[in-house]
Design a protein around this ligand. Structure first.
Ligand SMILES: Nc1ncnc2c1ncn2[C@@H]1O[C@H](COP(=O)(O)OP(=O)(O)OP(=O)(O)O)[C@@H](O)[C@H]1O
Length: 399
């Protein structure tokens, strides 16, 4: 049995107030490394994390904290050279070595570099400083978890659209011989090209930021209708690995609520485990809560998920209910897994599994301003913010 590496939801996006730029905006700089021969603490992370000379004009300014994940801290930065906003995951090298996740970290970057799909978040850049690893991607306004927390139950049409996009993504990954192992709402970002149109009252507001949608929601009474035109991007390949078709894995890893029974029991398992996670995700979107709450560990969780399919309410649309039963099958061999399974499925009748066409479809939501709640107060989660920011936040010297 492999190492146990289960994740609970440990991070949340920063609220608007946390996202205010720090004054003056610090620069994301680590001391330049130029020694030869290359010391072990650098060599270990090559070639996936090259050493970079300080990048003059294209230095990165930290605009705010986005989230603290279980492996690293995600910062929102401005690339002054390109004048473009990115997200940078900062992972302390010492944590990588202490947790024995060096191979996993390198795999994350090499897999994400390989990605070329409209619904997958591709890698912008990766490099190392003296004490940290940096993984940079384009910045996305929000993630599916935040949207779900605000909206609650998703309408069937929205579930159908997101499901079709995720089916395309998982088929793409599995065809490349990659298993994701952490498909969950927090790892699904909503496209940076996305636009939100909110209707907090009689007036319509077009906005690009999630924060202004939330402000509309706070001010309105009754409900806020929301039209979202962006689409999803699967991210976080931190637990992904190359697994050729027909091969099996044994490491117990993932996020407890989303882990398939064969993963929780220590394997063997294969790509079918990602389809189970998709089933949990879609069911959660449909019912507005997790079908099975997270238990304290994988043994207790395994006992709980044995009857996961019984959590599918009879009130759901027949096609959706059938899809969920076929994704949440205890036996991985009985799970849907090939694109043609989905193309012929009654739930997807009339859906073109074409990324171009899917991206053109807007998604509608209605947020009840009284009932809906944002994710838990994020400031609480940052009380124990333990990343040593001082080491790489250098205030720019006055001009
Ligand atoms: N490119 C991005 N743009 C905006 N937000 C992002 C971006 N990348 C990550 N995030 C946010 O940061 C969170 C944590 O990132 P990520 O999942 O990569 O870190 P992690 O350490 O692997 O976390 P976990 O182990 O909890 O999954 C994401 O859930 C998302 O909310």
């Amino acid at each position: 049995m492999g190492a146990v590496s289960c994740r609970q939801r440990q991070h949340a996006r920063m609220t608007a107030s946390h996202k205010e730029p720090l004054e003056p905006a610090p620069l994301l700089v680590e001391k330049h490394l130029s020694e030869w021969p290359v010391p072990q603490f650098i060599n270990l992370f090559l070639p996936e994390f090259p050493v970079r000379a300080l990048r003059g004009q294209s230095q990165l300014k930290v605009l705010g904290l986005v989230a603290k994940g279980s492996f690293g801290t995600v910062l929102k930065v401005l690339d002054c050279g390109q004048n473009k906003v990115f997200a940078v995951k900062v992972v302390p090298k010492v944590k990588v070595l202490q947790r024995d996740i060096l191979k996993q970290c390198k795999e994350e970057v090499s897999i994400q570099r390989q990605m070329n799909h409209p619904f997958v978040h591709s890698l912008g850049d990766s490099w190392q400083g003296r004490r940290h690893l940096f993984i940079m991607c384009s910045y996305c306004n929000t993630d599916l978890y935040s949207l779900w927390s605000a909206v609650g139950c998703f309408a069937e049409a929205s579930i159908r659209l997101f499901a079709a996009e995720l089916v395309l993504v998982l088929c793409y990954l599995h065809d490349l011989g990659i298993i994701h192992r952490d498909v969950k709402m927090e790892n699904i970002l909503l496209d940076e090209r996305g636009k939100f149109v909110s209707f907090p009252g009689p007036t319509m507001r077009v906005t690009l930021t999630w924060e202004s949608v939330m402000a509309d929601k706070e001010q309105a009474s009754g409900a806020v209708a929301l039209l979202f035109t962006g689409h999803l991007k699967l991210t976080d390949f931190g637990l992904s690995r190359h697994l050729p078709q027909g091969a099996q894995a044994y490491t117990i890893c993932g996020t407890l609520q989303y882990m398939a029974p064969e993963v929780l029991s220590g394997g063997p398992y294969n790509h079918a485990a990602d389809w189970w996670s998709l089933g949990v995700l879609l069911l959660s979107l449909a019912i507005g809560k997790y079908p099975v709450a997270a238990e304290r560990d994988h043994v207790a969780m395994l006992a709980s998920v044995t009857h996961c399919d019984s959590e599918i309410p009879a009130s759901l649309n027949q096609g959706l209910s059938l899809l969920l039963h076929e994704l949440l099958s205890q036996n991985p061999l009985h799970r849907l897994r090939y694109l043609h399974h989905f193309q012929l499925h009654p739930f997807f009748r009339g859906v073109a599994f074409d990324p171009e066409l899917l991206q053109k479809q807007p998604v509608n939501f209605v947020m009840e301003t009284q009932a809906a709640q944002l994710s838990p107060p994020d400031s609480m989660l940052f009380k124990d913010f333990d990343c040593d920011l001082e080491s790489y936040l250098v205030h720019p010297s006055p001009a």
